[in-house]
Design a protein around this ligand. Structure first.
Ligand code: KIV
Length: 304
């Protein structure tokens, strides 16, 4: 039997100066009309970037299935895979409020399954809240069960990538009045069962305005126009760590994929040209030790 302790510890960096974000502080910010800033993160460096930027919320999105794990969609990612990403993010964060996505297949079966999955995120990854997609009867019931178990829940309506196939692909939702009214009612249902916030993804701005107007909890927009209480973007989209542009709503703030490609290419060129490593990268050895080594090597029998 291993002598290593099996208890999981959550380490929080001590170098950040600001206080951890709490639900009451988020609500105060919302009531004061101050925009909430949320970004996704999937590992320690992206978490440290979010921390350094002073964002309010960090989402370990199941978009990590595509951005860091290379799947074609968010559907295949497993709970254990997302849990590993969430734990790495937790280790890099101190201040932002940490929300973790419930991956497809980890909450739909029953309220019990949903609560057990949410508990794992809270206990093992130190999540402050979980997010689940949808506002139909099942999603609302699961949100209610998790809230009643004591874990804050963020809803997610509009384009819900886990069910994108059923929605006709990655395209804007609620574009006719009937669908818009259904979405408004769904967002209200999520609020009624205790969700502390709702993500509005890829819907017309006018529909987002109606939701914002009718809810008394913060709305976080992504492709939902300017009226929402806050915004979220996928880390890799905003930093240009991807091929292609991403959604119409994406604003790029850097082109890191280009920088990464150029950096690795330059390294490969230097190695092939014998320009790297240079003298400045070498470890030296004491002259006496070199002499001892060389005479010992000279005594060694020839290799067969
Ligand atoms: O998984 C994700 O990144 C998300 C955001 C787009 C809100 O759900």
């Amino acid at each position: 039997m291993s002598s290593h302790p099996t208890t999981k510890t959550i380490t929080i960096p001590s170098d950040a100066s600001t206080l951890p974000m709490t639900l009451p502080r988020l609500m105060d910010q919302y009531r004061r009309g101050e925009k909430l800033v949320m970004v996704t993160a999937y590992d320690y460096p992206s978490a440290r970037a979010a921390e350094a930027a002073g964002v309010d919320l960090v989402l370990v999105g199941d978009s990590g299935a595509m951005t860091v794990l290379g799947y074609d969609s968010t559907v295949p990612v497993s709970l254990d895979e997302l849990m590993t990403l969430a734990k790495a993010v937790r280790r890099g964060l101190r201040s932002p409020f940490l929300v973790c996505d419930l991956p497809f297949g980890s909450y739909e079966v029953s309220d019990q399954q949903a609560v057990e999955t949410a508990m794992r995120f809270a206990k093992e990854a130190g999540a402050d809240a979980v997010k689940l997609e949808g506002c139909g009867e099942m999603a609302v019931a699961r949100a209610k069960a998790i809230v009643q178990a004591g874990i804050p829940v963020m809803g997610h309506v509009g384009l819900t990538p886990q069910t994108a196939t059923a929605l006709g692909g990655y395209r804007a939702q609620a574009k006719d009045a009937g669908a818009a009214l259904t979405l408004v009612a769904g967002a209200e249902a999520l609020e009624a069962v205790g969700c502390f916030s709702v993500v509005l993804e890829a819907i017309p701005s006018v529909v987002a305005e109606a939701v914002v107007e009718r809810l008394d909890i913060p709305t976080i927009g992504i492709g939902a126009g300017p009226s929402t209480s806050g915004q979220v973007l996928v880390f890799h989209d905003l930093l240009g760590i991807r091929e292609g542009r991403g959604g119409k709503f994406v604003q790029r703030y850097a082109d890191l994929q280009d920088a990464m490609d150029a950096g690795v290419r330059a390294y490969a060129t230097d190695v092939r040209a014998k320009a790297y490593p240079g003298p400045e990268h070498e470890y030296a050895m004491d002259a006496h030790e070199v002499a001892v080594l060389q005479s010992a090597l000279a005594e060694l029998p020839a290799k067969l």
